[in-house]
Design a protein around this ligand. Structure first.
Ligand SMILES: NC(=O)c1ccc[n+]([C@@H]2O[C@H](COP(=O)([O-])OP(=O)(O)OC[C@H]3O[C@@H](n4cnc5c(N)ncnc54)[C@H](OP(=O)(O)O)[C@@H]3O)[C@@H](O)[C@H]2O)c1
Length: 249
């Protein structure tokens, strides 16, 4: 039976491309209302039927803008009972040198380091705290998107990126501890080499050594995000799931 009046709602950052885009499609297919966040305004030619009322234009690198976005999201949720079933912190940046090489811990300019931490680490906790009341009201679920680079030096991912993802993994554990008593589950997913625009040339060489011998598809990541936001994972919190074809072994 259709349940259009009791649709579950997810707020998803970095929805315009890659893993985020596949996640929008996955949750929409399951009948969720998806509130998307990215720097771009809603594209008028986008075939997605939900329309601009479910899109928030926000630059997560700008703290003030994140605060404004939180108020706007809360306002939009109010009209639907003030409940939020899931927050997925997916947006991330991984700056490279002009040559395409990784930015190491000796050369990375401090302003780059700060921007990376603002987008990859501070924005997720700002959103989670800002939407805490709505998440608690729905006994919702938070998924933070980390990376394999958070636990080992990666040939292309830079130091600022790697350390921001390690910090986000640690934050996931802290949040699971603190948010759990309020009924909110907090987990992370750590993708390996997934076929999106964030990948660097040369990734095909890494893939040769991965046990499953192929890139991951964005839909395979979206499936795990969906699982972590669904009732099927109701006793899972504080975990970080590797989605990497065995790359971490
Ligand atoms: N692909 C992989 O192999 C891989 C591996 C490990 C981890 N990850 C992680 O998975 C997540 C998604 O990766 P992806 O490969 O799908 O990335 P992507 O294709 O580069 O997309 C990144 C998304 O983040 C948004 N974004 C970037 N900066 C933003 C900002 N300042 N404010 C708001 N939105 C911003 C972008 O939207 P706009 O440009 O429209 O603003 C875009 O939707 C990231 O956290 C990434 O670190 C990916």
């Amino acid at each position: 039976m259709a349940e259009t009046d009791s649709r579950k709602t997810i707020v998803l950052t970095g929805a315009s491309r890659g893993i985020g885009h596949a996640t929008v499609k996955r949750f929409s297919r399951e009948g969720w209302r998806v509130i998307t966040c990215s720097r771009q305004a809603f594209a008028e030619d986008c075939p997605w039927p939900a329309g601009p009322e479910d899109h928030i234009k926000v630059d997560l690198a700008d703290q003030e803008d994140v605060g404004i976005a939180v108020s706007e999201i809360r306002h939009r949720l109010e009209a639907h009972g003030g409940q939020l079933n899931a927050l997925v912190n997916n947006a991330g940046i991984s700056p490279k040198l002009k040559t395409g090489s990784r930015m190491d811990s000796i050369e990375t300019p401090m302003h780059v380091w700060r921007d990376v931490f603002q987008v990859n680490f501070f924005a997720p906790i700002m959103l989670a705290r800002g939407l805490f009341k709505e998440l608690a009201a729905a006994k919702g679920s938070i998924v933070n998107v980390t990376s394999i680079a958070g636990t080992r030096v990666h040939p292309f991912a830079g130091t600022a990126y790697a350390t921001s993802k390690a910090a986000l993994g640690s934050l996931t554990r802290e949040m699971a501890h603190d948010f759990g008593p309020h009924g909110i589950r907090v987990n992370a997913i750590a993708p390996g080499e997934i076929d999106t625009a964030i990948l660097s040339p040369g990734t095909d060489k890494i893939v040769e050594t991965i046990p499953l011998r192929r890139l991951g598809a964005t839909s395979e990541v979206a499936d795990i995000i969906y699982f972590l936001c669904s009732g099927q994972s109701s006793y899972v919190t504080g975990s970080e799931i590797h989605i990497n074809g065995g790359q971490h072994v």
